[in-house]
Write a protein that binds this ligand. Sequence first.
Ligand code: NAD
Length: 498
Amino acid sequence: MDQLNNFLSPPAAPRDFGFFVDGKWQSGHDFFVRHSPGHGVAVTRTAKCSVDDLNAAVAAARRAFEDRRWSGLPVGSRASVLLRVAEILRTRRDELAYWETLENGKPIAQARGEIDHCIACFEVGAGAARLLHGDSFNSLGDGLFGMVLREPIGVVGLITPWNFPFLILCERVPFILASGCTMVVKPSEVTSATTLILAEVLAEAGLPDGVYNVITGSGRTIGQAMSEHPDIDMLSFTGSTAVGRSCVHAAADSNFKKLGLELGGKNPIIVFADSDLEDAADGAAFGISFNTGQCCVSSSRLIVERSVAREFEALLAEKMKRIRVGDPLDETTQVGAITTEAQNTTILDYIAKGKTEGAELVTGGTAIDLGRGQYIAPTLFSGVSREMAIARDEIFGPVLCSMTFDTVEQAVELANDTVYGLAASVWTKNIDKALTVTRRVRAGRFWVNTMMAGGPEMPLGGFKQSGWGREAGMYGVEEYTQVKSVHVEIGKRTHWIS
Ligand code: NAD
């Protein structure tokens, strides 16, 4: 850790990472060099693995699954490993937050909060392991007893995106391990560091070799090969809807592997005139600016009651102007850098499109020049209509589009007018409106008078084109199991042929 400079500034030289297969570190022959999006300097060097490397990792995970070195342990022993992981993560919190911030561009204070959430994921995973159970049917008649066994699905492939590299990883890994599965992970090529550090932590906590393997590389080669791999039993993919669709095709054309898909969102925030407008404006500013809006559950469509729309937008714009955008390593920064140059261009292109489509720019709408790195001001468009690209497409940046409604019916209809169904929120003091909207808006995660709240006990996942299945908590661990129906004859069998 000599390069770390007390986590106050980027390292003097990029840190080298190998990849991790069957409990051993391997070195690459070719590398990705990652530049910090907040500072523009090289911070990590990660191996570009080959498909042969992937095949070796899948073979190691298969051996570890088949010889039951993990799933065959008493559940108390497995839960203890997961609890030890939580303890070690606590001791490495600052270091993990540092690499997450350097590779992703998120504020260091936010990154530390995310590591705390990850620690909780391992604690909940340990509990989930102990609570996972099957079922029995004592109702099949005196001659027959039925049991339903829950069994781990096998070798899981896990592909993660760059926006929450460690958090998304930790919302899955403890639950995959709790089920008894073994795994091969491929992080995003631009944010691999913390996924690799987790390999060190898991090994130190006593996870047997071969259970957690990490292959780094591009989506087009390694990700695609994982989707097509005949020896991966389940693929958990988190990323864009377009790549999720390609995973579905690849699974159908290979071995019909089970898929867990956590995809994009275009999430509504509905604000009624009777809400506490100050609270709602704070929630809206947070919901679109948190993680620079590069968040699958960002509240990017503001649906506000017409009678208070102007007042609310003014309140919101005033708050958005006061958000502290700055160096991700600065403790006081609230919004950091845009993670990739490509994403920076995409966001600025959408802002330009919003203007040409006729939306009214209320605040933001420009890049912020801090002398190094790439930053965009939190942006609010008013007078947006549902046909505009900025209202329909997932921009994945700090760009909020405001539309108006007059009735509860209209609010629900507008909220549901999207191919996505990941998250939604409603702000009102009226319980009838809150519950009506909660029941009728089609989304996998819902917030009432709050934003982004939650914990790893609660399931995560989307309706419609936002995905399949659920991650985290008991719902999450069950996704990584399959059930077997067992029928046990009791007493003397009645012969078919007498
Ligand atoms: P992406 O789809 O480009 O990449 C995600 C991962 O897939 C990366 O590891 C990438 O290397 C890999 N990949 C790329 N091409 C692949 C292919 N052909 N086959 C298999 N894997 C491939 O997404 P991104 O740009 O990293 O992340 C942003 C997207 O992720 C957004 O759409 C966002 O909404 C979504 N997301 C969803 C959730 C959720 O929980 N629903 C969470 C975070 C991000």
